[in-house]
Design a protein. Structure first.
Length: 159
């Protein structure tokens, strides 16, 4: 059962422990199995955390805050999570946020209308917040991307 779980996707020790508990495997047996799996490196929370951070930061563009919460939910120790999160630089995080905002803005028109721009700013900053970005960072990035988009639209209109 544990091997089948690992075949589907990598799992943390806590996730596997929960699965074994769901199947009513006695706790001492589950611990022995998980200890053996760790011994032969089929279960390694540090490797799991590294893979999780790489995957979720690239596919979902999640910030360190959201990734830290997800790792905690999966039973990853805070120190192990911190090491895994070191692979993400502040520049990587900022670039991911910009990419998200730019993607959402594609084809947007009407940025010169103050009310529309304010609404768009709030919506985009909220989207970044849900992905774990700090509010100050989210509003700054959204403002910069909107300024750039408005300037770009203005220069195209003049041409």
């Amino acid at each position: 059962m544990v091997l089948r779980q690992l075949t589907a996707s990598p799992k943390s020790r806590l996730q596997l422990s929960r699965k074994l508990a769901e199947r009513h495997v006695p706790e001492d047996v589950a611990e022995a199995v998980l200890d053996r799996f760790e011994e032969v490196r089929l279960v390694d929370d540090a490797d799991f955390a590294d893979m999780w951070v790489r995957s979720r930061s690239q596919s979902r563009k999640l910030a360190k805050g959201a990734l830290r919460r997800e790792l905690a939910d999966k039973g990853i120790d805070a120190d192990v999570a911190a090491v895994a999160l070191e692979q993400l630089t502040d520049e990587d995080e900022e670039a991911a946020a910009r990419e998200l905002v730019e993607r959402k803005l594609r084809g947007a028109a009407g940025l010169e209308d103050r009310e529309f721009r304010d609404k768009t700013t709030r919506r985009l900053a909220a989207m970044l917040a849900r992905k774990g970005y700090q509010p100050s960072q989210a509003f700054r990035i959204v403002g910069e991307v909107l300024d750039h988009a408005a300037a770009h639209a203005e220069s195209e209109a003049e041409a």
